[in-house]
Every structure is written in structure tokens, then in C-alpha cells.
Design a protein around this ligand. Sequence first.
Ligand code: GUN
Length: 284
Amino acid sequence: MKLLKGQPVSEKIQADIKAEIASWPQKGLALPHLSVILVGKDPASEVYVGHKARMCEALGFSSEVIRLDEKISQNELLAKIDDLNKNSKVDGILVQLPLPKHIHERTALEKIAPGKDVDCLTKTNIGSMVVGDAIVKPCTPAGIVEILKYYDIKIAGKKVAVIGRSQIVGTPLVHLLTQENATVTLFHSKSENLMQEIKTFDIVCVAIGKSEYFKQADFKQGAIVIDVGIHRAEGHKLTGDVVKAVENDTWLSAQSPVPGGVGVTTIAMLMQNTLQACKARRQS
Ligand code: GUN
């Protein structure tokens, strides 16, 4: 089976971004700026935010991580987001999720000006994505489409299953794959006969958030499996929603590894979105 590694896909996206911004400094244009808000000290969020800042640095983007106390009030957080909305130097704003329980997530996300919402989580940007008119696309789903394209996997006309209906991954992924002309079915926790059903799909994107829930033999022989899960097991081992892909396994034709698959391209798509948001704002 082929391992659908995210690194070469990410490198290609980064190379395209670098080529696009190479002439900006000579023209006196500032490179894009991303502001990330991190509330509290969730260890996984710390790791993700660190990866985002490092990729900004590698591309020459400027970035800042705004660390806010876990006990910050909702109004204080909204005021901070509004400061960034009004700051002309800021092209992209990302509020790292999850937020502490006392903060209403939707209210916080809606405070982000759509033109700076580089995660594509505001209702306005989700709507633009659904009608096929997006400046930014949700990072993880867009990265999955990039992986499939990079590895020349035909999407059009294929039966594609998306397992998991989260607002960040499963639900928007259905739209992006439909726009690529796939025949998409969304499965979720209330779906009946999941294990029988998924055996009939050519491509399966698994985003259910349960460590090693599926094994390779659960899918159709020759299927392509995209694993969106990431779980830190005892002893710091990272696992996906699917049992680890092994290159000499012959049941599936391809599987994305965890770590080193979808997560890597997600961050590259965030950079792509930050660039697009920056360009759109300067044109408006
Ligand atoms: N936490 C885990 N994934 C994400 C993501 O894609 N965006 C944000 N803002 N927070 C996350």
C-alpha cells in the first residue's frame, strides 16, 4: 500500500506560497501576518500553535501567539478579538480550539472578522465555501483534497465516505469533495450498519476521534483511507482513528499515516489561507 505522507504535499504548498511572495519585499509589501489566540494551557493546543508559528517563520510570515489566561471572561476575549479585527497589520486571526467551557465557542468565532477568519469557521466564510465562492477553505478538509490530488487519486465519480460530522472536518469535507464531483456519504454516530456500509466505498475519510477504531480489513479491498484522527496514547505514542498503516500491507491501496499525514497539510493550508486573506484585504 502507498503511504499518503503529508510532508511532500505541504512542501509543495509552501513552495508555491514562497514563489508568490518572493517579490513582495522589493515592492515594499509587508508579508502576511497571523495572530493566534491561545486561551489556557491545553498541552495539545500548545503543540499545534507551536507548529503554526514555526511554519509562519519558515515562510517569512510574521506571527504572534497571544496567550490568555484560562479564566479570562468571554467579554475580555471578544474585546481582544476585536482589537485584532481593527489592527491593520493583522491579516489572519485564529482562535485555537477548544476554548474553556465558560466561553461560548460560536460567539467567540463569530467575533472574528470574516476577512481575517483564516480557519474558515465563521458562518459567513462557511457559507461562501458551500456556494463555491471561498477566499479561504477549512484547513483540514482542504488539506485532504490536496493530498488526494497530489497523489493522483481520482476523486470525480468515486464513492467517498466521510465518517464524523464535526464542524471543523466532516461537515465541510462533504462540501469540498462534492465540489470535486465525488459521490459523498456522511456517516456519524447515529448511522446504522456503519461497518457493513463502509465496505462499499472507494475512498474513506475517517474523522471520528476514537483511537484505532478501524482496522484495514474493515474497508473494501483496494480502498484509499484518509485518517484524520490524532490521539496521544500512554507513553507518548501518537495513534490515528485507524490502525497504523504498514507499507507492505496489501489490503488497502493507500492510507495516510498518523503522525505525518493530514496534520502536516492542515498547517500548510492555514498558511495558504493567511496569504489569500492578506491579498483579498489589500485589494478591497
Ligand atoms: N484545534 C484543533 N484543530 C483546530 C483547528 O483546525 N482550528 C482551530 N482554531 N483550533 C483547532
